[in-house]
Design a protein around this ligand. Sequence first.
Ligand code: IPM
Ligand code: MG
Length: 367
Amino acid sequence: MQLNIVVLPGDGVGPEVTEQAVDVLREVANIHGHTFHFTEHDAGGVAIRRWGSPLPRATLDACVSADAVLLGAIGAPDFDQLAPAQRPEAGLLSLRRALGGFANLRPINSFPSLAAASPLRAEIIDGADILFVRELLGGLYFGEPRGLISQNGTSSAFNTMRYTVSEIERVARVAFTTAMKRKQKVTSVDKANVLETSQLWRQTVSRLAEEFPQIELDHLYVDAAAMHIITNPRRFDVILTENLFGDILSDEASVISGSLGMLASGTVGGAVDLYEPVHGSAPDIAGRGIANPLGAIASAAMLLRHTAKLDDEATEIEEAIRAVLDNGYRTRDIAQGGHPIGTAEMGALVTEAVVEIANIRHAYHAV
Ligand code: IPM
Ligand code: MG
């Protein structure tokens, strides 16, 4: 299998964690005889500094002709004062729109060996396994009109939350089809007691559900969903929701896995799939070699599963992550006061574990 992967390390801890993810992918290619080509480009704050734009033409061109894009993190505090359209994040949003992926998949599960790293009690999170399907190209992030106006000495600002039926249907379809391969339960999250967009969301999702009679569908208001996610995470299988609600709830749900640094995501449905850890650029710890690379590495595993259909290879990476955690290795965010290891060390341990797991599988198949 040949794959052209564009890597956008981005800002903050992005370069450190993507480097580890690429190393793991190189090892997987080596073991299984695949050819993965990696090309690096600038995006975000680093691109503003070098090229004057958060998404330079060369970056965009490379991404649209890639098989998949692996991104680190976007965002830097030096640009905090700028208008949204000038910020590093604008580059990420333009990229998401250009690649066309509208369904952002964010799997969140509890890791038994990390139970102590979670602020939630072990008996609450034990066995939790949630897949967020977050709408990624609509809602307040992209709605027009938007703006900031100053008039007669006062300022006001406004954004628009807008969804069409077809935008809701296409992401709901991803949630239903993905749930068919899981526990066949979909919880749609909205604010239909207040928002028209949410009423349309709820009606559309309910109508589409008729095509999937095996799926158990329920609806929750977003405030109640926020509470249930941390009080009873096992009640969920697939959570389907709009862009901003998904952004907020997935960060909240990350406490189930012990740290935001653990979470991976993949955006599918467009011309080119985009993979990125859920965590941000973490400027406070950037450049110190202490960031958790497991979210980025798990994103690489998602890339292999969803884009390349290399299910065994993806599973090997996920098993390697578990094995390293089971052996007690922790980066600072999950160390619980123990002796943390660095980003590169964690990456190298996962690579080693991938080799071991692949060898065991190979021996097993040879018997
Ligand atoms: C995420 C991030 C982004 C988002 C930011 C960096 C624009 O928080 O991927 O969750 O809000 O989508
Ligand atoms: Mg977010």
